[in-house]
Design a protein. Structure first.
Length: 114
């Protein structure tokens, strides 16, 4: 939006919809390392927490919030639904819970002109 439509990042409002949250995004060392390498410019301790010998939980919402702030979005314009698709799997589709039987979630987006 910034590049293609010349939007001012301070005017952009971003809503983070339902997704797997840190409480259920548990991974092993190999996946944690991929995230550590990819997001090395962020505070790793803020986004990755070691839970035991070789298990970690990753906060992808925090990663997205950090990326948007780095692009210039105002913190108050980043709105998190706070909904974990695993915690609310009875209402949301979750591949972590249902595997191949999982459906898909969707979103409707729009750009409002001046």
């Amino acid at each position: 939006m910034i590049d293609k439509y010349n939007c001012n990042p301070t005017d952009i409002i971003c809503c983070i919809g339902p997704c797997i949250k840190k409480c259920h995004f548990e991974v092993e060392e190999d996946v944690a390392k991929l995230f550590k390498d990819e997001f090395c410019d962020m505070d790793i301790n803020e986004i990755i927490t070691k839970t035991n010998e070789n298990k970690y939980v990753i906060d992808t919402t925090k990663i997205n919030e950090n990326m948007m702030k780095q692009m210039g979005l105002k913190e108050e314009n980043i709105i998190d639904s706070g909904i974990c698709t695993v915690c609310k799997e009875q209402y949301m589709h979750s591949y972590r819970v249902r595997k191949e039987e999982a459906g898909r979630n969707t979103a409707i987006l729009g750009i409002r002109g001046k």
